[in-house]
Design a protein around this ligand. Structure first.
Ligand code: UD1
Length: 309
């Protein structure tokens, strides 16, 4: 049984991770200010302690780290919306970068012994560079406050780890989808929006011709990756792409969904979203080398997702 801290544990990815940790009998502490996450995403369990709190509260974070003896720390709390980061660059920075560095700083100063700290970055760091697939060594071009903070923090986490001998690792998520992805915002992941339209038989808007592709990766594969990266003690001070390693167009997604649900999706086309990238997908060889095998292709992932409603 391990003691695990998940910041942002009430969010889409965090809460799915928490479920898996509890299943494995771990003792889990979640810190989440519920700005994006939902309390209802969390199960009630004697294995779970929940603090509705911002990670930017230094006193709180310091006390928490000093009183609990965490084996593993997953840093998922973030302003997850790129648009939000553009509207509130300074606040985003406090949360997406500064608060995470503060956690590292407490661990360094107080010489806290952790088995692994995992930071969650994003494929957004690659920006608009069109060489595909994206390797971890590909050029980065972070274009928004969100992407800049993600990239800078990822570097901090890795180099802090190297400099002060703290076992850290970072991941770059591609387009994660699955149960609990919040479809409420217009900036939600497209698959949660498509799902809502199929569910409510409402019209779905395709920006552009629908031929744009993404590396859609199902939440359970993401959890698999997070597990491998924390449990493999030799894997430190590196960054890993987390994707399915394939790319699928929006039109293909819709076709697949229609055949799974036997429902026809009404679509309208609007102009391409400004700044949208055309194609994106991950090279995941580095992750495969430590044992990762994506188990859900787009059809399997959508089937699972659909079953959750
Ligand atoms: C993701 C981020 C985006 C960021 C980009 C940078 C999310 C939800 N989006 O965008 O903020 O700038 O990475 O890497 O995290 N689409 C539609 N109809 C819709 C919604 C989306 O056609 O209602 C299209 C989009 O125009 C896009 C594709 O679907 O071409 C995927 O959109 P999205 O899920 O937002 O992902 P990214 O474009 O990868």
């Amino acid at each position: 049984m391990s003691k695990v801290l998940v910041t942002g544990g009430a969010g889409f990815i965090g809460s799915n991770l928490v479920d898996r940790l509890i299943e494995d009998n771990d003792q889990v502490v979640v810190v989440d200010d519920l700005s994006m996450g939902l309390k209802s995403n969390l199960q009630t369990s004697s294995h779970l302690k929940f603090y509705e709190h911002s990670i930017t509260d230094h006193e709180f974070i310091k006390n928490l780290l000093m009183t609990e003896d965490f084996d593993y720390i997953y840093l998922l709390a973030a302003v997850a919306s790129v648009a939000d980061s553009v509207a509130r660059p300074y606040e985003t920075h406090q949360i997406n970068q500064e608060a995470n560095i503060f956690i590292l700083e407490i661990i360094r100063k107080k010489k806290l012994q952790v088995k692994k700290i995992l930071y969650t970055s994003s494929a957004a760091v690659y920006g608009n560079v069109q060489d595909l697939p994206k390797y971890e060594t590909s050029l980065v071009d972070p274009l928004t406050p969100y992407a800049i903070d993600k990239f800078a923090t990822e570097r901090f986490v890795i180099d802090y780890g190297k400099l002060y001998d703290i076992p850290t690792v970072a991941v770059r998520f591609f387009n994660v989808y699955g149960p609990r992805q919040n479809p409420k915002s217009p900036y939600s992941g497209v698959l949660s929006l498509v799902t809502q339209s199929v569910l409510h038989r409402s019209t779905f808007t395709i920006f552009g011709d629908g031929e744009q592709t993404r590396d859609y990766v199902y939440i359970q594969d993401v959890i698999q990756a997070l597990y491998l990266l924390t449990k493999e003690s030799d894997v430190v001070h590196q960054v890993f792409n987390v994707g399915a390693g394939t790319h699928t167009s929006l039109n293909q997604v819709i076709q697949t969904y229609e055949s799974i649900t036997q429902r026809e999706l009404k679509v309208v086309h609007k102009k391409e979203r400004p700044g949208d990238i055309r194609n994106s997908f991950a090279n995941i060889d580095k992750l495969r080398k430590i044992g990762y095998q994506p188990r859900f292709d787009i059809a399997d992932g959508l089937k699972e997702y659909w079953k959750s409603f």
